[in-house]
Design a protein around this ligand. Structure first.
Ligand SMILES: C[S@@+](CC[C@H](N)C(=O)[O-])C[C@H]1O[C@@H](n2cnc3c(N)ncnc32)[C@H](O)[C@@H]1O
Length: 258
């Protein structure tokens, strides 16, 4: 099983190389202004927080994984970094100007509780800008893995339904239900290059969470069948020496009513 220490080392080889492309859009959508306090929730290596810092804000990284947090601290020693769960933020009510959250909401077991906590810490009028993966055909780097595992070892998918599926509409509804105003969703279209089925499998296994667990649930005897199924599913995206897979995000924005 890939642990977070290994994941932090390799994150940029695959997942981080995709998520970094949305940093500018998220920080711009949060309308970060100099002097504001901005929390990067589920910060990973802290890229959103670092961008907010460069925009002049006081950025605070929040991560529940000590290993990811340590890697973020090593990259960005200038930033305050806190080991905490998004469901129990160590901040006072109405103290934060904006929360940015890259591919974090879809990790929550109870998104309503997590969103209530974000709302609690935001100042009236404070902004939330978050990304989740787009739907199946727009986020093929993700859905190909789920579908391939479902084809060769369906028990893994039924035992652990992928948390990313349909996250955009589900999270938009959850944000509105949590009492935010102006909840909106926007597609951020992107693609990512993978060189082979093995590249997609290895990148996913070493740098993701839920889909890595799906791959690791496949018995070794079915590994060849899994790679063959991934090869079949990526074939429509062949482009020169590799494959250009849709890897789009949904940008979710809202504000705490003022
Ligand atoms: C997919 S990564 C995204 C990292 C980064 N925001 C990015 O866009 O690349 C999700 C991160 O959220 C963290 N995470 C998951 N559940 C969390 C929770 N309940 N509270 C705090 N962090 C959490 C994970 O440890 C992981 O680093």
């Amino acid at each position: 099983m890939t642990d977070d220490r290994a994941r932090a080392v390799r994150y940029d080889e695959f997942l981080g190389a995709i998520t970094r492309r949305f940093v500018g859009a998220v920080v711009a959508a949060a309308s970060v202004a100099p002097g504001e306090v901005v929390v990067d929730l589920g910060a990973g290596l802290g890229r959103l927080g670092w961008a907010a810092h460069l925009a002049g804000a006081t950025a605070i990284l929040v991560e529940q994984s000590p290993d990811m947090l340590e890697a973020a601290r090593a990259r960005h020693p200038e930033l305050r970094a806190v080991c905490a769960a998004g469901e129990a933020l160590p901040f006072a009510d109405r103290s934060i100007d904006a929360v940015v959250a890259g591919f974090f909401l879809n990790h929550l077991d109870d998104p309503a509780a997590g969103l209530a906590e974000i709302r609690r810490v935001l100042k009236p009028g404070g902004r939330l800008a978050a990304t989740v993966w787009a739907d199946r055909l727009a986020a093929r780097h993700n859905s190909v893995i789920v579908e391939a595992v479902a084809a060769v070892h369906p028990e893994a998918v039924s035992a652990r339904p992928p948390s990313d599926a349909g996250a955009g509409p589900r999270m938009l509804a959850a944000i509105a239900a949590a009492g935010f105003a102006d909840a909106q969703a926007e597609l951020l279209a992107a693609t990512t290059r993978v060189w082979s089925a093995a590249h997609l499998l290895e990148g996913t296994r070493t740098t993701t969470w839920d889909n890595a667990a799906l791959i690791e649930a496949v018995p070794p005897a079915r590994a060849g069948a899994l790679e063959a199924e991934v090869r079949r599913l990526v074939e429509p995206y062949r482009d020169g020496p590799g494959f250009e897979l849709p890897a789009s995000a949904v940008l979710l924005t809202a504000r705490r009513p003022g």
